[in-house]
Design a protein around this ligand. Structure first.
Ligand SMILES: C[S@@+](CC[C@H](N)C(=O)[O-])C[C@H]1O[C@@H](n2cnc3c(N)ncnc32)[C@H](O)[C@@H]1O
Length: 270
């Protein structure tokens, strides 16, 4: 099966090709792809250059330099924007009924951050859940992502039916209006969320957070990057504050980073 055979020299060449691509992307954008799991990222980006009829990462980078639209396509491959309102419903119930009552008793004006918020479903879910327990003027959610396109869609606040499948009916009725085939998020909820561009792997973190929600992005990062992020999340929280992670992202040995498990997927800063 000669087509499956890659000799050592060729293997080295493809590794160098990718390594050089990573270095050039970092110089140009500040995005450090070496902190993302390599096999996955290489596969996604290689499928982009193949789709364009190119033969290597070097050719891809050269094409991106000539054709700015290709940067967007490349960024789209790097950042997977899939999201949903009330994603993994059971976890949001735990947040609402177990975690929030304690956090709000300790601080009735909580600082809340949705880190890697994608197209807005997660921070708007947070705002809606908080609005059940707080007057709206005390609800404030910081929502950040590395991807400008995702942030632009988040600010628009228009969603298809598919994004709302997990959302309880009563919340859908209360916080959305139907516009044609789209659902529009309530303007007052929208105003409680502040969207900002932020690279988790390079930019400074906010401080004194009561709750950080960072879900379904850690899985894309290397172990080294995750360890760095756990420490930075720990520094960003107040004592007693909580980090809420995705349903495949449990922290192995949270004590190492100064966390204790409050509920599965919820880590309290000691
Ligand atoms: C799969 S989405 C998760 C969205 C949401 N948190 C959820 O669970 O539904 C992953 C998001 O991580 C963002 N992302 C990837 N790398 C990032 C980085 N270095 N800094 C900030 N956001 C990043 C992507 O742009 C994408 O919007």
């Amino acid at each position: 099966m000669p087509f499956l055979y890659i000799d050592r020299g060729e293997e080295q060449a493809t590794m160098d090709d990718y390594a050089q691509f990573i270095a050039k992307v970092k110089r140009k954008t500040g995005i450090d792809l070496s902190l993302y799991k390599e096999a996955q990222m290489r596969r996604r980006l290689a499928s982009l250059y193949m789709k364009k009829g190119l033969k290597s990462f070097a050719e891809l980078f050269a094409a991106m330099e000539k054709e700015p639209a290709l940067w967007h396509e490349c960024l789209d491959r790097m950042t997977i924007n899939v999201s949903e309102f009330y994603r993994n419903a059971k976890r949001w119930e735990v947040l609402e009924h177990t975690i929030l009552p304690r956090l709000l008793a300790e601080n009735p004006r909580p600082n809340v951050w949705s880190a890697a918020c994608s197209t807005g479903e997660e921070p708007y879910t947070l705002a809606m859940v908080l609005a059940k327990r707080l007057p709206l003027h005390r609800v404030s959610v910081l929502a950040t992502d590395i991807d400008d396109n995702a942030l632009a869609r988040a600010r628009l606040g228009l969603y298809s039916e598919r994004s709302l499948v997990e959302l309880p009916e009563e919340m859908r009725k209360k916080f959305f209006t139907k516009e044609g085939e789209y659902y529009k998020i309530d303007e007052k909820i929208k105003q409680t969320v502040k969207f900002q561009k932020h690279n988790l792997l390079a930019d400074p973190f906010p401080r004194n957070m009561d709750l950080i929600v960072c879900r379904n992005v850690l899985i894309y990062f290397t172990e080294e990057a995750k360890r760095m992020l756990y420490r930075k999340f720990h520094d960003a929280l107040r004592t007693g504050g909580v980090l809420f992670v995705g349903s495949t992202e449990q922290i192995f040995n949270p004590g190492l980073y100064g966390f204790e498990v409050e509920e599965t997927f919820f880590y309290r800063k000691k």
